[in-house]
Design a protein around this ligand. Sequence first.
Ligand code: HEC
Length: 260
Amino acid sequence: MKLEISAAVFVGIFTTVAAGFAPAAIAAQEAVAAQESGPQEITGTPRIAASASAEMPDEVRPATVSQSRTVWACDKRKMVIVEGASPDKKMSPERAQIAAAVLMDLMRFCNEEITARIAIDQKITVAANGHVYENYVVGGPLPIVPASFGQPSKREKMIWKAELDKLIAEGDRLFHNDELSSNGVACAMCHPHASNTHPETYPKFQTQLKKVALLRDMVNWCIINPLEGDALPEDDPRMKAIEAYILSQRAGKTLESGKH
Ligand code: HEC
């Protein structure tokens, strides 16, 4: 009696784990499981369902609504729940395209937080501001008109500008001192007001790098060479600050030969 119970528990654990394995791994586990608990114990329905779902494409898998995948829009305020899609598998290109189309459509609401749900039968439900709209059609009329219609407030704009100014000021500081340099030379000594940096021409092939360069590649080139300093990692806050400073100085400038 005690043996039967532990075998049943083992089968339960096995079927749960098997759902995430490749068929070969499942077969290997089956062999071990057969040895340990006897073949009739593991040929039940749950095991077959688990191995079938591991091989079948999303469309034909006997999908359960309990399984779904959430995809976020880039503003991280809109999400679409794709019912029947496995949370740990890529969706088919068709389903991914529908999810993307729904999210892009919802971006028309701009600042609002919205949750959309694509049911197995492809019906779309949209929930926003505590209201639920069924049978939403992508590209169709908006079910709600938010009061602000996505326009940022004066306060938000001031915060955004202050954050940007802070980053540019840090870039300005780094550009004008020898913090990144081992020989005392600073960027501004050769590029006053970020002259001759031409950020608007990137990406482009740079002969000294012998490859297509981004602006940050040339920033590092100049840190390593004239400044004899250590290259910055691409996501270093100081690299971002220098790029922000260069771009802010050059914003709106047209390319004219002889002019910096
Ligand atoms: C000793 C003078 C000198 C210093 C100091 C210097 N540079 Fe340069 N930099 C140059 C020269 C000369 C070029 C042109 C190289 C070329 O385009 O072939 C250049 C090119 C660049 C470019 C690409 C310009 C373009 O037209 O594509 C960027 C961006 C740049 N520098 C950024 C910086 C930054 C950031 C610093 C400080 C970390 C810096 N430079 C320090 C002399 C200097």
